[in-house]
Design a protein around this ligand. Structure first.
Ligand code: PHE
Length: 421
């Protein structure tokens, strides 16, 4: 029984059989963490913007505010214009939040690439909230922040001269001795040049991309992280696939003894630029997740903290500095199991996770499937999810947790048609 329409950010939208956006997601839309000075997301955004405007290229990077870009986008913006095949899993109701079949919450900042390229700026950086249905644990949250960056060059003599200048400039800014690069990328059928591109020009674009990204990683993981200059920073370039870039790459950094995936990037698909009516240009784009990098640099242990209004969190950060987070005592956790008989063969786990968030908000720390059992006599299937409740800011009373858990059980009956055990 869905309502005929829903209110989102002051607008009224018709619902349909695809509607799966939830109240707890709608409540996050007005938060605008990216625009709050002193919030770690804003601090990291500003740090990267000023890095690119000092060292990125001779040209400046246009950095428009996400306030003038609605988080509600069409499947055309989020997928079609970016050359996503029609059967790509990202389009599914299981992975994305739909208002109705014609409108969804952007799943990545790439959803605005066409508008940004069409604005006429050759280089830009764009940061916003993005939305994906996912599991519940300390590093996954259905809302997070991405930064998208791009730079395009004219495919004529002056354009190519700008590109070469850009490379010289970033090469100078990126002291190669501070970096140890493992480049595992090759151009081949799996990760090809684009048909209409001149390989000689593309190679220059790729070189500009690599220098720009390597320079950024040095800034973040050596300077901002306060790591000594004694040891080189290890960076690894790996072939990747994105529908909207080719060739495409994933970049990893070796930090605190581990390889960490930091970003995706590549040479912008000509189709994207054509949709933006940009002619005779080619360039690169990258996209990175801000929470992940901020958590690494500040040692913030749980992604829910970014949404905390507690001054013990917020007062620890100030503009310009990504300092180490001093944990305030972790409050006790309390877990409760939710077991039920399924009405049919299966239930989508993401549907369970969303309803838990609707009842518990940020009081849920993680949810884990601990039992999956088929009754030998009647073939009925039972699942058991262990829900770990914990507040980042205070101790929860037993009563409060029981009350939330009762709501979780009754909403499971209503939304999923399951029978609680
Ligand atoms: N949009 C991609 C993601 O969300 C990242 C990306 C951006 C990759 C731009 C290539 C170019 O994973």
């Amino acid at each position: 029984s869905r309502p005929p329409s829903i209110e989102i950010l002051g607008g009224t939208y018709p619902t349909d059989e695809t509607t799966n956006i939830t109240p707890s997601i709608i409540s996050k839309l007005p938060e605008r963490l990216y625009s709050r000075p002193g919030h770690p997301i804003h601090i990291l955004k500003s740090l990267i913007e000023s890095h690119f405007n000092q060292h990125g290229a001779p040209s400046t990077f246009h950095c428009p505010s996400a306030d003038s870009f609605s988080p509600l986008v069409t499947p055309k913006q989020n997928f079609d214009d970016l050359s996503f095949p029609s059967d790509h899993p990202g389009r599914s109701l299981q992975d994305s939040y739909y208002v109705n079949r014609d409108l969804l919450l952007r799943t990545h900042t790439s959803a605005h690439e066409v508008e940004l390229f069409a604005s006429g700026h050759n280089s830009w950086l764009f940061t916003s909230d993005v939305y994906r249905r996912d599991e519940i644990d300390a590093s996954h949250y259905p809302v997070f922040h991405q930064m998208e960056g791009a730079s395009v060059f004219s495919t004529n003599v002056t354009g190519m001269k700008d590109l070469v200048d850009n490379i010289e400039y970033t090469r100078y800014a990126t002291d190669q001795k501070d970096l140890e690069i493992e480049d595992l990328t090759v151009i081949n059928d799996e990760n090809p040049y684009q048909l209409d591109h001149d390989p000689e020009q593309v190679d220059l674009v790729i070189e500009s991309l690599k220098l720009s990204i390597n320079g950024l990683l040095l800034k973040l993981f050596r300077d901002a992280a306060g790591v000594s200059r004694a040891d080189p920073l290890r960076v690894r370039w790996i072939p990747a696939y994105f529908p909207f870039t080719t060739p495409s790459y994933e970049v990893e950094v070796f930090f605190n003894g581990k390889w960490l995936e930091i970003l995706g990037c590549g040479v912008v698909q000509d189709a994207t630029l054509q949709h933006a009516n940009v002619k005779n240009k080619l360039g690169w784009a990258f996209g990175l997740g801000l929470e992940r990098i901020a958590m690494i640099l500040t040692s913030i242990p749980d992604i829910r903290l970014f949404w905390s209004k507690d001054h013990r969190f917020l007062s620890q950060f100030s503009s310009g500095n990504l300092t180490k987070f001093q944990p305030y005592s972790k409050y006790p956790a309390c877990y409760k199991d939710l077991s039920f008989w399924l009405p049919g063969p299966t239930v989508e786990h993401n549907d369970v996770f969303d309803l838990v968030r609707d009842c518990a908000g940020d009081l849920v720390e993680n949810v884990e499937l601990i039992d999956d059992f088929i009754h030998p006599k009647n073939q009925k299937r039972s699942l058991c999810f262990r829900i770990n409740y914990r507040s980042m800011d205070r101790s929860l009373s037993n009563e409060e947790v029981n009350e939330i858990h009762t709501r979780v059980a009754s909403l499971s009956k209503d939304r999923l048609g399951v029978e609680i055990r």
